[in-house]
Design a binder for this molecule. Structure first.
Ligand SMILES: Cc1cc2nc3c(=O)[nH]c(=O)nc-3n(C[C@H](O)[C@H](O)[C@H](O)COP(=O)(O)OP(=O)(O)OC[C@H]3O[C@@H](n4cnc5c(N)ncnc54)[C@H](O)[C@@H]3O)c2cc1C
Length: 387
């Protein structure tokens, strides 16, 4: 057992940290408040190879795994730049394409994802189905060689920045009448695909959308994989990378908040010569949050290591636990940081209250804490399913 990163991973972490700090939380917030995207940071990270660390070298990537991508997510977040689209595009879309796409689809899309010139976002959530994807109502119907998609999706991140959206739909399996999921690479400018931006209480340069699919016609090769059978495994392939990288983003955000707060409490003096951090009512909550973040990081490391070793089932358990732990730790860390900063905690200048919405959302999305507890109760503790 080792808790050390390899020298290459160490170098990656230092380099991404340096890049993130060059931009910093001020840049992230400025972009969000101006309604703009972090285009410069994304482009530079892509040029330096950080967005494609988990993509095979033959498609222009770094040939690493989810461990490397988690490092990128965590370090950018630790610098105050938690980029959700890292979870959507390189983690989910690139993994799904690499593992279940056709060779033609890999060649067409992975190089652009690797250098950051292309983004593919992911659409599964629907207003009616919610957490229960078995109730998906978006339907794909065969029409000659084409597919025609109809349905509605909600909270879809980054549609305005992406060239394609990976849409999860259901198809009617001929013969049995059984419904099974299929994934489609739909161009974001496809006829019949419209969107409306949701107003979210999150300070973020990345946006969420309602998507309407009205007779969206795509060619046969928009279906991800060689056949309809690729759908279910492709859907599951995205889950572990999603959980691990979103957890890494949470852990990084927690580290960022604790660092901001500790710098402040170590120097702020309001009672004689003592720093407020010398009072345990201030330092213990911060120390407690630091312990929770560090525990989450350990679980992230375990999940990523298992995933990169091809141990998908075990990675599923650890990945869910890591996502749960990091979601809770990040929310605790940011809330604690706001508290110990006093009034400064609520200012934009000190850069922690700006993260309250994002960490709160991290306990709901991409999978809620309750659904993770359901997973653990059923798959680890052997409890019956209640739903
Ligand atoms: C910032 C943000 C970005 C997002 N980006 C994307 C994206 O890019 N693509 C995408 O497809 N989706 C995205 N989502 C959607 C997200 O994945 C869903 O919001 C999430 O899965 C929960 O689904 P829901 O909102 O429909 O909640 P519901 O399913 O309606 O659940 C509401 C509440 O009830 C609880 N609950 C539901 N069923 C059970 C049960 N059986 N047992 C116990 N508790 C239960 C849930 O945990 C939750 O707390 C995003 C959401 C947010 C907030």
């Amino acid at each position: 057992m080792t808790f050390d990163l390899t020298p290459e991973q160490d170098q990656l972490r230092d380099a991404v940290r340096a890049l993130g700090r060059r931009y910093g939380h001020g840049y992230f917030v400025e972009k969000a408040k101006a309604g703009e995207h972090t285009t410069e940071l994304w482009a530079e990270a892509g040029r330096l190879g950080y967005l494609g660390v988990n993509i095979p070298t033959e498609y222009g990537g770094g040939g690493g795994g989810i461990t490397e991508l988690a490092i990128v997510c965590e370090e950018l977040a630790a610098a105050g730049c938690p980029l959700l689209l890292l979870v959507v595009s390189p983690a989910i879309a690139a993994t799904v394409l690499n593992r279940h796409g056709t060779e033609e689809q890999r060649k067409r899309h992975l190089p652009g994802l690797a250098d950051g010139s292309q983004k593919i976002v992911f659409a599964i959530t629907e207003p009616e189905a919610g957490s229960n994807f078995h109730r998906l109502g978006t339907v794909a119907r065969r029409d000659g060689d084409d597919w025609v998609l109809n349905g509605r999706k909600c909270y879809i991140s980054g549609v305005d920045e992406a060239g394609h959206v990976l849409v999860v739909a259901r198809t009617e399996e001929s013969g049995t009448g059984k419904l099974k999921p299929a994934l489609f690479l739909v161009p974001t400018d496809a006829a019949g695909l419209t969107r409306s931006k949701l107003d979210m209480e999150i300070v973020s340069p990345e946006n969420q959308f309602l998507l309407y699919l009205d007779d969206v016609r795509v060619p046969a090769d928009a279906l991800l994989g060689e056949s309809l059978d690729a759908g279910l495994p492709a859907l599951f392939a995205g889950l572990n990378p999603e959980r691990i990288t979103v957890a890494a983003m949470g852990a990084g955000t927690g580290r960022y908040a604790i660092e901001r707060a500790s710098e402040y409490t170590a120097t702020r003096k309001v009672w004689g010569g003592r720093s407020i951090g010398s009072h345990q009512g201030v330092s213990h909550p911060l120390a407690h949050a630091a312990v929770q973040v560090e525990l989450a990081r350990l679980m992230i490391q375990k999940a990523a290591t298992l995933y990169d070793a091809g141990r998908d089932l075990e990675a599923g358990v650890s990945g869910n636990m890591a996502k749960y732990a990091a979601g809770e730790a990040a929310a605790l860390a940011v809330d604690t940081a706001v508290q110990v900063l006093g009034g400064a905690g609520m200012t934009t200048e000190y850069g922690v209250a700006t993260l309250l919405g994002a960490v709160r959302a991290g306990r709901i999305a991409p999978v809620s804490r309750e659904m993770i507890l359901n997973f653990v109760a059923q798959h680890v503790l052997g409890q019956d399913k209640s739903y």
